[in-house]
Design a protein around this ligand. Structure first.
Ligand code: RBF
Ligand code: MG
Length: 329
């Protein structure tokens, strides 16, 4: 997949088929758009193009309460690549771009910039200054400029309409099994391992890797989770605590993962944590020994959940890999 920017336009292609959106989360609704885009491009011997924005428009338009992302740009790029797109156009979302009238946006980017033949959009897509542009306007502009508009209906899971807003709500509530259904993969947090307090191994007998949390990433509800950790191309089962370690009175939110049957130093390494299921709330214990006994129980429960999952799952890829990961579990 080729990543292009506004400066690379205009582009002369054979038969460009495009889809456009913020695509935060690359959930099943977005995946339906990508699938249709790729299918239609292939049918014409043309090119499948995804158009997205960075930063997310709500990070620019609403800086006082910036949106927390389901996917960082890096994750989004990997997932769109995996969906089979040929090009990804990343438009820098600036106040200038936000001020473009819907008609001007279509004419400048879609028509003069890409000369698209087909445009695939979700049923609720809105764009342009004041979000004035919608599917109806796109159809009118399609007739004027000579491109076909294909509208994809909402995707439903358990009777729920899949949307980034719903995924954000569920992540905030810690409902990770349902989140995984809407995303088509588990929710993942990636980042660098940083030094912690050094209490885990010495005081509790459960060494943990402390993850540096990204400021723009949506953090799930505090608590203890069964997780799968990926690094160096391998996947390991484990448990994570996301919280303030009330037993020790810590001040800052920490994300710590204990990886089963793993001995080794992860400082400085990039790891990804897939949150499979929330186990319990974080609690204040009256001694490190009591906490350690609870963590032992958490590990037992997580092992059971993760073992039954790896038996069920044929597709064990979390969708963030470049395809060369070993599938060891
Ligand atoms: N700390 C708490 O104060 N309360 C908890 O309920 C708690 N649960 C944890 C569960 C797991 C699986 C892990 C790995 C850690 C947990 N911790 C909890 C964090 C613990 O205090 C921390 O790992 C050590 O203090 C080292 O930083
Ligand atoms: Mg630690």
């Amino acid at each position: 997949m080729k990543i292009i920017r506004r400066e690379d336009l205009p582009l002369k292609l054979r038969y460009p088929v495009a889809t456009i959106g913020n695509f935060d989360g690359v959930h099943l609704g977005h995946q339906a758009l990508f699938k249709e885009t790729v299918k239609r491009a292939r049918a014409q011997g043309g090119e499948a193009i995804a158009i997205t924005f960075d930063p997310h428009p709500l990070q620019v338009l609403r800086p006082e309460r910036p949106l927390k992302l389901i996917c960082t740009l890096e994750q989004k790029i990997k997932l769109i690549q995996k969906a089979g797109l040929d090009y990804l156009l990343i438009l820098e979302f600036t106040p200038e771009l936000a001020a473009l009238e819907a008609e001007d946006f279509v004419e400048e980017i879609l028509v003069r910039g890409l000369q698209i033949k087909e445009l695939i959009v979700g049923y609720d897509y809105r764009f342009g200054r004041g979000r004035r542009g919608d599917v109806e306007l796109l159809k009118i502009l399609g007739k004027r400029f000579g491109f076909e508009v294909v509208v994809i209906p909402p995707q439903k899971i358990n009777g729920l309409t899949v949307s980034s807003t719903l995924v954000r709500e569920l992540v905030t509530k810690g409902e990770m099994s349902l989140v995984a259904k809407l995303l088509g993969r588990p929710y993942q947090i990636c980042g660098q391992v940083v030094p912690g307090h050094g209490r885990g191994r010495k005081l509790l007998g459960f060494p943990t890797a402390n993850l540096k949390l990204s400021r723009e990433k949506l953090v799930p509800k505090e608590g203890v989770y069964a997780v799968e950790v990926t690094f160096n191309g391998k996947r390991y089962p484990g448990v994570m605590n996301l919280g303030y370690n009330p037993t020790f009175g810590d001040q800052y939110l920490s994300a710590e993962v204990h990886i089963f049957d793993f001995e080794g130093d992860l400082y400085g390494k990039e790891i990804c944590i897939a949150l499979i299921q929330r186990l319990r709330d974080e609690k204040k214990f009256s001694s490190p020994e009591e906490l350690a006994a609870q963590i032992a129980q958490d590990c037992q429960k997580a092992r059971e959940i993760l073992a039954s999952r790896s038996k069920d799952l044929k597709e064990v890829d979390h969708g963030m890999s470049e395809g060369k990961e070993s599938q060891a579990l």
